[in-house]
Design a protein around this ligand. Structure first.
Ligand code: F6R
Length: 609
């Protein structure tokens, strides 16, 4: 994910910026760059690749200066490349900016600016900000007013670091929806998107709030609210060490990423849910194309495959189109029936999984249209797909996928609704409800995450359990498959997921007193049947834990423990049921002393078949 570092003070800015950016490396990035005011002019160097590539380039350049901004980019708009890297400058190079976040209305702003004669050099959404700032600066003749005028035009999220040649002592910062802090030093001040970037220099920080703009000199920091009124803030003392700062105070990346999910979903939905349509501008599948398709495959591996199973159900239910799901390693060797009327939907966090990529290539060769649902911008699958839906979950570091999965499922739901709208299968009213529910989803997840202490406590009751069976029906069964995979990956406990009605056809023979059966119970039409299946397990002495919606009284008859989640409709409630399962897997692994972020035998990106 993108990182920002900025400096103003008496020291050489270059080494401080490089040092700050390197402390943000753990977040992942694909390019890096800096701008420094040097002999009265802004000097910018930006390179695709690691910070060491940038360092190599600036090594022999005399970039001496006491004010500057730096950035590590994790591509969202436009592939990783020198030209798309930050900082971005206005045409005469007198203003330079770095940006984290997404400018939602950048296409409209870019068109307006082009009509005013501005020339764009990159594919990024960010570049509109610097040209807009140039436009207002020429009009307002004052950088502070120009920044406010610019921000008034921008929709979306941003953390911005800005320098202007005419203000050689002033670093400017602005924030809405993306984190940005100001580090307070002695005769020097800093900005950063995250604490590690400044921890070597100061532990005193101001936390910028949404809508605020700061003008920062080496010995003066002025912070303004969105109405340009000066605000006074308390200094916040950082007490974490470097390692915990990188994990945002969480003990493990897996836990951090579980807690990242409300933001990951917000980002995935940002700018996509319009009043009566879904804005997925990299998907060009209209009614005519959909009606011409004779077969839809969804293909992926592991957790992404589980998200694909949810996608199958969404598309079949909402669009009435039959869908075949397959794991990528099987699909390729099953002689799949593919022609130029086939749509292949592939899901992948990394966009580099060897089997999934091979499935893409095979299907493409046979004429299929490829729709990629991918998290990593510029990855192989993203480049080779005909249509693209970025999941925008942000960088996922823990090997066990959590926030990428949830974002994949939400993306599949968006896609199914997009197709259903195109085909006229759902009304505007239905879509209004879909929109309202999706908008509430991050808040529902936050509510569940607030219960994490209870789930931690509960997990301790099951410390001696030897095997865990997850059972459910309908969408709940697919959630069971993901819950079971997560548990075995990080805790190494033996675990299986079964459709609840299937248990008595064989696996029930395994149930004993040291077995735990987790019943996912959100599907209302099969609730009674699920309860009977849980009774069958209880009768064999197994412990019963259920995840269900508030007010489900019938489950109380059978479950020893219940975790309640909010009810958010037929399609979204199962997504919520997955959150306690992620926490349960995490805490079980902790109880058993496992290395949760790096489970044995597993790799984050599986680039071998
Ligand atoms: C499990 C997990 C894996 C991946 C699978 C596909 O937690 O992360 O099962 O889902 O290896 O990876 P991507 O999505 O990168 O194609």
């Amino acid at each position: 994910m993108c990182g920002i570092a900025g400096y103003v003070g008496n020291k050489e800015a270059l080494s401080i910026l490089i040092n700050g950016l390197s402390k943000l490396e753990y977040r992942g990035y694909d390019s890096a760059g800096i701008s420094i005011i040097c002999d009265g002019n802004i000097k910018t160097v930006k390179k695709k690749g690691r910070i060491s590539v940038l360092e190599e380039f600036v090594k022999n350049d005399k970039i001496n200066g006491h004010i500057g901004i730096g950035h590590t980019r994790w591509a969202t708009h436009g592939e990783p490349s020198d030209k798309n890297s930050h900082p971005h400058t206005n045409t005469d190079g007198s203003i330079s900016i770095v940006h984290n976040g997404i400018i939602e209305n950048y296409i409209k702003l870019r068109d307006d600016l082009i009509s005013k004669g501005y020339k764009f050099l990159s594919d990024t959404d960010t570049e509109v900000v610097v040209h807009l700032l140039d436009y207002y600066y020429k009009k307002d003749k004052n950088i502070k007013d120009a920044v406010f005028s610019t921000l008034n035009q921008i929709e979306g999220t941003y953390a911005l670091g800005i320098i202007c040649k005419d203000y050689p002592d002033t670093l400017i910062a602005a924030r809405k929806g993306s984190p940005l802090i100001i580090g307070v030093g002695e005769n020097e001040n800093f900005i950063a998107s995250d604490v590690p970037a400044i921890l070597n220099y100061t532990k005193k920080i101001y936390l910028l709030d949404d809508g605020e703009v700061a003008l920062i000199n080496k010995d003066l920091i002025l912070i303004y609210d969105k109405n340009k009124n000066e605000v006074k803030k308390d200094i916040f003392e950082v007490t974490w060490d470097m390692e915990s700062a990188e994990k945002g105070g969480f003990e493990h990346f897996m836990l951090k990423e579980i807690f990242d999910q409300p933001k990951a979903i917000k980002d995935t939905l940002l700018g996509r849910l319009k009043n009566d349509y879904i804005n997925l501008d990299e998907i060009k599948i209209d009614k005519q194309i959909l009606e011409n398709i004779n077969r839809v495959y969804i293909v992926a591996c592991g957790t992404a495959y589980h998200a694909g199973l949810m996608g199958k159900k969404f598309i079949e239910s909402l669009c009435g189109i039959p869908v075949i799901t397959d794991v990528a390693s099987e699909f390729r060797y099953n002689n799949p029936i593919i022609d130029n009327k086939t749509l292949l939907i592939v899901l992948s966090q990394s966009g580099e999984t060897a089997d999934t990529l091979a499935a893409v290539r095979l299907a493409k060769e046979k004429g299929a249209r490829i729709l990629g649902v991918v998290n990593t911008v510029g990855s192989s699958i993203a480049r080779e797909a005909d249509d693209l839906l970025y999941t925008l979950a942000g960088l996922e570091i823990a090997v066990a996928s959590t926030k990428a999965y949830t974002s994949q499922v939400v993306s599949m739901y968006l896609l199914a609704n997009l197709f259903a709208l195109e085909l006229g299968k759902i009304s505007k009213n239905d879509f209004e409800n879909v929109k309202l529910t999706l908008e509430k989803l991050p808040g529902y997840i936050e509510d569940i995450l607030k219960e994490s202490d209870k789930i931690e406590k509960l997990s301790k009751e099951y410390i001696n359990i030897k095997n865990v069976f997850y059972i459910g029906r309908g969408l709940d069964y697919f959630i069971c498959k993901e819950g079971s995979l997560k548990l075995k990956e990080v805790s190494y406990l033996y675990s299986e997921a079964y459709p609840a009605g299937e248990l008595k056809h064989g696996p029930i023979a395994l149930l004993q007193e040291d077995s735990l059966v987790i019943g996912i119970a959100t599907c209302e039409n099969t609730m009674e049947k699920l309860v009977s299946n849980l009774q069958e397990c209880k009768a064999r002495g197994s412990k019963i834990l259920s995840i269900t919606t508030e007010n489900n009284n019938i489950i109380k008859k059978v479950a020893d423990n219940i975790i309640y989640i909010p009810y958010a409709g037929e399609f979204i409630t199962p997504i919520l049921a997955n959150i306690p399962l992620q926490l349960f897997a995490y805490y079980m692994a902790i109880n058993l002393g496992r290395d949760v972020d790096k489970p044995r035998n597993l790799a984050k990106s599986v680039t071998v078949e």
